[in-house]
Write a protein that binds this ligand. Structure first.
Ligand SMILES: Cc1cc2nc3c(=O)[nH]c(=O)nc-3n(C[C@H](O)[C@H](O)[C@H](O)COP(=O)(O)OP(=O)(O)OC[C@H]3O[C@@H](n4cnc5c(N)ncnc54)[C@H](O)[C@@H]3O)c2cc1C
Length: 394
């Protein structure tokens, strides 16, 4: 199974490089999942390989990777460990938002990356949930900056991240507008990381809450103008939808590899031959392979659109996310069926992959939001009506 015919030598080399780094992630995945522990060792490996700066332009000292490079790397990382890929995705999104700022913010971002700092983005609040573009967190102007008040939930990498991009409403900005800020929970006494991350899947993700109580944020840490956050977020293809789609692909590939290995090795009586000989198992594996290849193509289409026609990327990425999240879960579930009862026991890779895969549809844009976006576009509900020509039909 391969999409290699679509990739040039540089891309193939990057994919192999990341695949080698991520090889160790699968060995650590079971323990990190069991302990719900942030994958610090994996991030140290990514930092050493320069992959935390993968999507940073060459002129800023990064690897200069485009969206296709990012999606290939994300897929390989998720194949090793989905939680690590989710943190990596949010890291790349946080870096991109920080680089959208001014020269000083770009300089500080690259310096922090050189020190191995982990970035993330958190817009979710328990009050607004899915409607994260309408935050309730407030930012009040004071001398030299702002006081932020409110709380954010599901902050991926919460305990590890040194740069967290949040959205808040500055008093007096137009209704519906928000402002982006870079904050450092480790250095800001007004920010508390609370709660324990004890989730069904993506357990190594450390997605905890951040509570802001008169947290002072310097004006120099405001990204873009007051009220200009939406333009920053929507002004370029974002890494989150693409990364979450690629995460599902990585999970599906891991599930397929595991199912093939198991089907070939598992021999049962009375036939005393590998279960791979049963047509029912062949059909399951075939369905997994066909769908996984379709998922890879959807992600590649989304990444190439982001690289070549950024304005068209939002719609295509949304389709990819919806398709891959749903089918990543279906593929992992089929892998569990191939493995049978022992795969249902805590600690088996099959059950972890199913739990991890289930998160895709829950994360923004959720399964329903994606379908709403795609449906509205297909039905042209947001396009201005065409002027009527000639007499109206009776
Ligand atoms: C593992 C994990 C990691 C996460 N990491 C991050 C992170 O790093 N940063 C971050 O900001 N957030 C993160 N999130 C949060 C995630 O983005 C939210 O869970 C998501 O936006 C949905 O919000 P909610 O859970 O509050 O659901 P709710 O808003 O309570 O929605 C409940 C259900 O209603 C549906 N719904 C709501 N409104 C509508 C509507 N208008 N039309 C149709 N259906 C609707 C939703 O799709 C959902 O199914 C993470 C979540 C998970 C599970």
């Amino acid at each position: 199974m391969s999409v290699d015919v679509f990739l040039d030598d540089d891309r193939l080399a990057l994919r192999d490089e990341v695949g080698q780094v991520a090889g160790a992630f699968s060995e650590r995945a079971e323990e990190n999942d069991r302990l719900a522990r942030f994958p610090a060792e994996n991030f140290a490996d990514l930092a050493r390989a320069g992959l935390l700066s993968l999507a940073v332009p060459l002129e800023l000292g990064g690897r200069g990777g485009d969206y296709l490079a990012f999606s290939l790397a994300a897929e390989e990382i998720a194949r090793g460990d989905a939680s690590t890929c989710l943190c990596f995705t949010m890291h790349c999104a946080g870096v991109a938002a920080s680089l959208a700022g001014d020269d000083d913010q770009r300089r500080r971002t690259t310096e922090r990356l050189a020190d191995g700092a982990i970035f993330t983005v958190v817009f979710t609040e328990s009050g607004s949930g899915t409607h994260f573009m309408e935050p309730q967190m407030s930012a009040t102007r004071v001398d030299g900056g702002y006081l932020l008040n409110g709380s954010k939930s599901f902050a991926t990498s919460a305990g590890a991240a040194e740069v967290v991009v949040v959205n808040a409403v500055v008093d007096g900005t137009p209704e519906g507008a928000f402002t982006l800020f870079m904050v450092d929970p480790k250095a800001n006494p007004g920010i508390e990381v609370t709660g324990r991350w004890d989730a069904m899947g993506m357990r190594a993700n450390d997605s905890r809450s951040l509570v802001f109580t008169d947290a002072f944020v310097a004006a120099a840490d405001r990204i873009g103008p007051e009220g200009g956050g939406k333009d920053v977020v929507l002004g370029r293809p974002n890494f989150i939808a693409l990364g979450l789609a690629a995460t599902s692909v990585g999970i599906a590939r891991a599930a397929l590899d595991m199912a093939v290995e198991h089907a070939t090795a598992r021999v049962i009586e009375p036939a005393n031959e590998p279960i791979a000989r049963y047509q029912s198992i062949q059909f399951l594996v075939a369905e997994m392979a066909i769908v996984t290849n379709a998922m890879r193509l959807m992600v590649m289409r989304a990444a190439l659109t982001a690289d070549r026609d950024p304005e068209a990327a939002g719609a295509v990425m949304t389709e990819a996310k919806a398709f891959c999240n749903e089918n990543g879960f279906a593929v992992a579930n089929k892998a569990l069926q191939v493995v049978g009862g022992r795969g249902y026991v805590r600690g088996h890779t099959a059950e972890r992959l199913v739990r991890d895969a289930r998160a895709g549809d829950l994360m923004a844009l959720t399964a329903q939001q994606c379908r709403e976006v795609v449906g509205r576009r297909v039905l042209r509900l947001d396009e201005p009506p065409e002027p009527a020509e000639g007499p109206l039909p009776t």
